[in-house]
Design a protein around this ligand. Structure first.
Ligand SMILES: [Zn+2]
Length: 411
């Protein structure tokens, strides 16, 4: 049978649920040696193997979930480069790109991205899509067609990334109505300086109320900044309290709070957790763009303080953000590229549960996926299999990988 099989593998212990744990052999790097068999694309058997001096030569991961990307502008760096590599220039080049943007170009970028993501091992992606008044609204029909086209292999979620003003216009309301049927997400940017605080509060309230009216989620680019630490999240928390509504919210970036003192971060973290706001740390774009100085090297890199937020019980995911566009010139929709950079940047140990949780489990919760990403009997065979025996093999060598989608080899 084509979608049946069996193999002996290593799996990070915290990513699998297994019976007969007494016999389970877990090595010093947290890998458990297991035998896995599947039928009709579902795991039928998962058991410990414990043979002295014999260790499986493959590592198994659940297929990955990308929590934050921008399919609509990926691979535009060649045409719209940002050689200054700072936030200001990225924004200005991004707006230039809008002038020549067409439906066909966006769809080509999206499909190229999705094909790479599938090949590299992703099973789901949340992507922001630039949204503005003068945009051809038919773009959404086409994007939803692509979502459907890929749906048997990859779950795709869209966030309409618009200026907050957009959600206070008839166009904004119209799109929110469409999104209530298509399960889209409202997006926006909340980054200081806030020239007119009253207006920001008004627009944010309007966006939250619109999401509440149509039962939608919100995902904000917030505090992606080196100034006014936490200004955006503070306005957001105040506004939610004042409106007294419950809208599912994701805070993408939340970088500047890193420069608050530790107690302030933990206090903010508790408030964020209390409101059930999820956070996505995006180290690659943050490290690339923020606090860049031409003539000096600084280690001051604002990025969401993952460890403090996790300590405050905030559900934190790690995402990639931009790929080869004015905001970030590198990347390839490859989860191992992200992991191999994020670990040293953020000083995260890959053998720790909370690290792997932010890469596999929190992202699955964020996208509300039916499978939580834990490998167990009865779960779908959506795996990435690597020719590797330890973490060094994963991060230091040319990776040989196989991707299994519902038990079938993807090629
Ligand atoms: Zn982004």
């Amino acid at each position: 049978m084509i979608n049946s099989g069996k193999t002996e593998v290593l799996i990070p212990r915290c990513l699998c649920e297994i019976e007969n744990v007494d016999n389970l052999n877990v090595d010093d790097e947290g890998f458990a040696s297991v035998f896995v068999a599947w039928e009709k694309g579902i795991i039928s058997e998962l058991k410990p193997i414990n043979i002295k001096n014999k260790k499986p030569k493959k590592i198994l991961f659940p297929r990955f979930v990308e929590t934050h990307s921008h399919l609509d502008k990926s691979f535009t760096f060649g045409e719209f480069p940002n050689f200054k590599s700072n936030y200001h220039e990225a924004l200005s080049v991004n707006l230039e790109e809008h002038k020549t943007r067409s439906k066909i170009k966006v769809l080509e970028r999206a499909e190229k991205s999705l094909n790479l993501a599938l090949k590299n091992g992703y099973r789901a992606i949340r992507s922001h899509v630039d949204t503005y008044e003068s945009q051809d609204n038919n773009i959404w029909d086409e994007l939803f067609k692509i979502q459907k086209k890929y749906s048997s292999k990859l779950k795709l979620q869209y966030v309409a990334l618009a200026p907050l003003e957009f959600w206070d216009t008839p166009h904004g309301e119209e799109l929110a109505k469409i999104f209530s049927k298509k399960k889209g997400i409202l997006g926006g940017v909340l980054v200081p300086p806030f020239k007119n605080r009253a207006k920001i509060k008004y627009l944010l309230s309007k966006t939250l109320l619109l999401a509440d009216k149509y039962k939608l989620e919100i995902d904000l680019h917030i505090d992606e900044s080196t100034i006014e630490p936490g200004a955006g999240i503070k306005v957001l928390l105040e506004t939610i309290d004042r409106l007294n509504i419950k809208v599912p919210i994701t805070c993408s970036h939340l970088s500047s709070i890193l420069s608050l003192n530790n107690n302030e971060i933990l206090n903010l973290g508790s408030k964020i957790a209390e409101k059930d706001i999820k956070v996505i740390a995006l180290p690659l774009t943050n490290f690339w763009l923020l606090n860049r100085k031409e003539k000096s090297t600084s280690l001051n890199r604002p990025v969401a303080p993952i460890k403090q937020l996790q300590k405050s019980l905030v559900d934190v995911s790690i995402g990639s953000d931009n790929v080869q566009d004015p905001w970030y010139p590198f990347g390839n929709y490859d989860p191992f590229y992200l992991m191999s950079l994020a670990m040293p940047m953020l000083q995260l140990n890959p053998w720790e549960r909370l690290t792997l949780s932010s890469i596999f489990l929190s992202p699955s919760r964020l996208l509300n996926l039916t499978w939580d990403g834990v490998v167990k009997k009865g779960c779908p065979v959506n795996f990435v299999l690597l020719d590797a025996g330890n973490w060094a093999d994963i991060f230091s060598t040319n990776l040989k990988r196989e991707v299994l989608i519902n038990g079938e080899l993807y090629s």
